[in-house]
Design a protein around this ligand. Structure first.
Ligand code: HEM
Length: 389
């Protein structure tokens, strides 16, 4: 469908070309992960799918990942208790089931309650952005949409949102952020508000403040901020593909296919899913001992040529009959899929119907992504737009 080559993140292209028949070993790569030692990076779609589906052999990697991303406790003698606390995606078994069930209930209820307002916010953000003529889609579209979801859905204020962004884009450690979040949660517990985090505390009062804070961080960063990156990644693809722009402008029923293909081709998640082997196992031909950290190379798996024909092509005609790994899979799969699809489709619909054409205002080689291995999120996206009226 698209005629040219749609440029996405250069480092992803480099990582995908080192994978594949020319270098089969690159499908499973030993990788040093700080204090967690050597982990295995899994770039193979079939192996990754098998790992994510087999919860008996491959468990969550909570403690191992905490040692990679969090600051050593001794550097913060005054900080909170050093007992580790995990978000839902870092737990297994009954604890995971209990928190996941509660989160599913509060997310679904809240999304239903605020979806009309969210859609209106998206529409307003796009209308405001389109008055600019030339704009940075990250600052003028992605950030305001993320702000709206953080505030309407989660109840986070501007100060917290800014602290969260600083932590994720200027790199971990996250202890200071967590202390700020715990203070905020404590306050919310004393004074519940009309938001998802207050709902979660009411639904599961046994979760302590630090556990609620850990889950809030997950929802805000791995959820809302990634949702915004998905939207700007979609605009990046479309800005280079006028043919797909006009096809979707002329036929909005193609929007779900468009969103699905953006999720695959321009995944906002890079190396963002982790597991740990619970028992010895074989992965991509390697004998792997128990206790090994596994890193799923989500964006590379999504370009696996043995799973997707013409995998390096951004192609609307793929439909939706394929399984990318952007939302994970199996027992820990994403609970934000419906709200993500709703908001992303609404944003791209509003953007396409408000323009007759748009394109990149810089050379693709000048595009800058945030320097994090966990996600693919643009630092800025300069574009020009021609408005519909
Ligand atoms: C483009 C947007 C999003 C992407 C790409 C995404 C991706 C993911 C991925 C890959 C996982 C699996 C993690 C794992 O297996 O370890 C996950 C889990 C999760 N996501 Fe999302 N997410 C998005 C948006 C959201 C939103 C908006 C919410 C909430 C409102 C959300 C809530 C969750 C929760 C609670 C989990 C943990 C589920 C569990 O461990 O049982 N996500 N997400």
């Amino acid at each position: 469908m698209s005629e040219g080559n749609i440029v996405f993140r250069k480092t992803l292209d480099e990582r995908t070309t080192s994978r594949g028949p020319a270098d089969p070993a690159a499908t499973v790569v030993p990788m040093r992960m700080g204090t967690a030692g050597v982990g295995l990076l899994v770039n193979d779609h079939r192996e990754a799918t098998r790992i994510l589906s087999d919860v008996e052999t491959y468990g969550s990697a909570g403690e191992l990942m905490a040692t990679v991303f969090d600051e050593p406790a001794e550097s913060h003698p005054d900080s909170m208790s050093d007992e580790m606390v995990f978000a839902v995606n870092q737990t297994d078994g009954e604890e995971h089931r209990r928190v996941r069930r509660a989160l599913r209930r509060v997310i679904d209820t809240r999304v239903r309650d605020v979806s009309d307002q969210l859609i209106q916010d998206v529409q307003h953000s796009i209308e405001r952005a389109l008055t600019l003529g030339r704009l940075d889609a990250v600052a003028s579209i992605g950030a305001p949409i993320a702000d709206s979801v953080m505030s309407r859905l989660l109840g986070l204020d501007a100060h917290l949102v800014s602290a969260l962004r600083t932590a994720v884009y200027q790199g971990y450690p996250v202890r200071e952020l967590d202390a700020t979040l715990v203070d905020w949660v404590r306050d919310r517990r004393a004074h519940p508000a009309d938001d998802l985090v207050s709902d979660l505390m009411a639904e599961l009062p046994s979760l302590n403040d630090r556990q609620v804070a850990a889950n809030t961080r997950l929802l805000a960063l791995s959820g809302v901020e990634v949702l915004a990156a998905l939207i700007t990644n979609g605009i990046l693809c479309l800005a280079q593909d006028p043919k797909t722009q006009s096809l979707v402008r002329d036929d909005e029923t193609l929007l779900p296919d468009l969103v699905h293909e953006v999720q695959r081709y321009a995944s906002p998640i890079a190396r963002g899913i982790y597991r740990m082997t619970k028992e010895p196992s074989v992965i991509g031909g390697y004998a792997v001992p128990a206790g090994t950290l596994l890193i799923i190379g989500v964006d590379v798996c999504n370009r696996d040529t043995s799973a997707f024909p013409d995998a390096h092509r951004f192609d609307l005609t793929r439909g939706r009959d394929f399984e990318h790994l952007t939302f994970g899979r199996g027992r820990h799969s994403c609970l934000g899929i419906p709200v993500t699809r709703l908001i992303a489709a609404q944003a791209l619909r509003a953007f396409l119907s408000g323009t007759t054409s748009f394109g990149l205002a810089v050379e693709p080689s000048a595009l800058r992504f945030h320097d994090t291995m966990v996600m693919n999120g643009l630092a800025e996206l300069p574009i020009w737009v021609e408005c519909a009226n």
